[in-house]
Design a protein around this ligand. Structure first.
Ligand SMILES: C[S@@+](CC[C@H](N)C(=O)[O-])C[C@H]1O[C@@H](n2cnc3c(N)ncnc32)[C@H](O)[C@@H]1O
Length: 217
């Protein structure tokens, strides 16, 4: 299996935290407040697993999937260090091989959708949407879609610095910021909440909470 993070995976978590002045780690865990003990959570492209460990602390049963053995090595180290109370199911695989339709109370894609090309990202988001149970939640933590005016200039610079580095060093595709709320809606979820993470008053990251319609009784 391809490991696009072989050479840069070690620094991923720390660099993200420093680059965003601590906003990215907060963005990753923002929507966990909606979890209940016993909930089933899927974390797609888990990386070093900040939100996976936190979800376990909240009593959730977490399945964490990543295609990169390097990222999972760091995630496993973290599990050993932090000893989350509910065991986490760590899966080394392509997310498309997870096919438990309508099974998860919450599916989380933090800074995951941004690695894909325009056509692929829609397929990935739609696939993740199929894994959410009716009434369940789809959470996307990401770089914000640039707004008009000077704020959009800063938002674009913030994104292009990050994607320039990762498109040169990993298999991430160089592209503009995707419209993540549209992708969440396209995956069959209504937007229920958006939380922004700002630096000096500029919105740079957001956590988007989508909710899949509950089945009619
Ligand atoms: C930009 S990193 C984000 C990591 C983590 N979610 C975070 O926020 O720190 C993207 C992650 O998605 C993983 N990934 C990319 N394509 C994947 C796929 N098709 N299936 C599973 N994981 C994938 C990469 O290995 C990487 O760990």
């Amino acid at each position: 299996m391809k490991d696009g993070y072989r050479f840069v995976g070690f620094q991923y978590e720390l660099t993200g935290a420093l680059y965003s002045l601590g906003r990215i780690p907060r963005c990753k865990t923002a929507m966990l407040k909606h979890l209940k003990p016993g909930d089933r959570v899927l974390v797609a492209g888990v990386g070093h697993g900040t939100e996976a460990v936190e979800a376990s602390r909240l009593g959730a049963h977490v399945t964490a999937v990543d295609i990169s053995e390097t990222m999972l090595k760091h995630f496993r180290r973290r599990i050993e260090r932090d000893r989350p109370p509910v065991p986490i199911d760590v899966v080394h695989d392509d997310i498309f091989n997870v096919r438990e339709e309508a099974s998860y109370d919450m599916v989380i894609a933090n800074f995951f959708l941004n690695v894909f090309s325009k056509t692929r990202v829609k397929e990935v988001a739609d696939h993740l949407g199929t894994l959410v149970r009716p009434g369940g939640r789809f959470v996307v933590g990401e770089f914000v879609l640039p707004e008009p005016g000077w704020m959009g200039v800063i938002q674009r610079i913030n994104w292009y610095i990050a994607i320039s580095f990762y498109s040169l060093t990993t298999e991430a595709v160089f592209h503009p910021v995707w419209d993540y709320p549209a992708l969440v809606r396209g995956a069959g979820c209504e937007i229920e909440e958006i939380e922004y993470f700002t630096v000096c008053g500029v919105r740079l990251y957001w956590s988007i909470l989508g909710r899949k319609k509950a089945e009619a009784a």
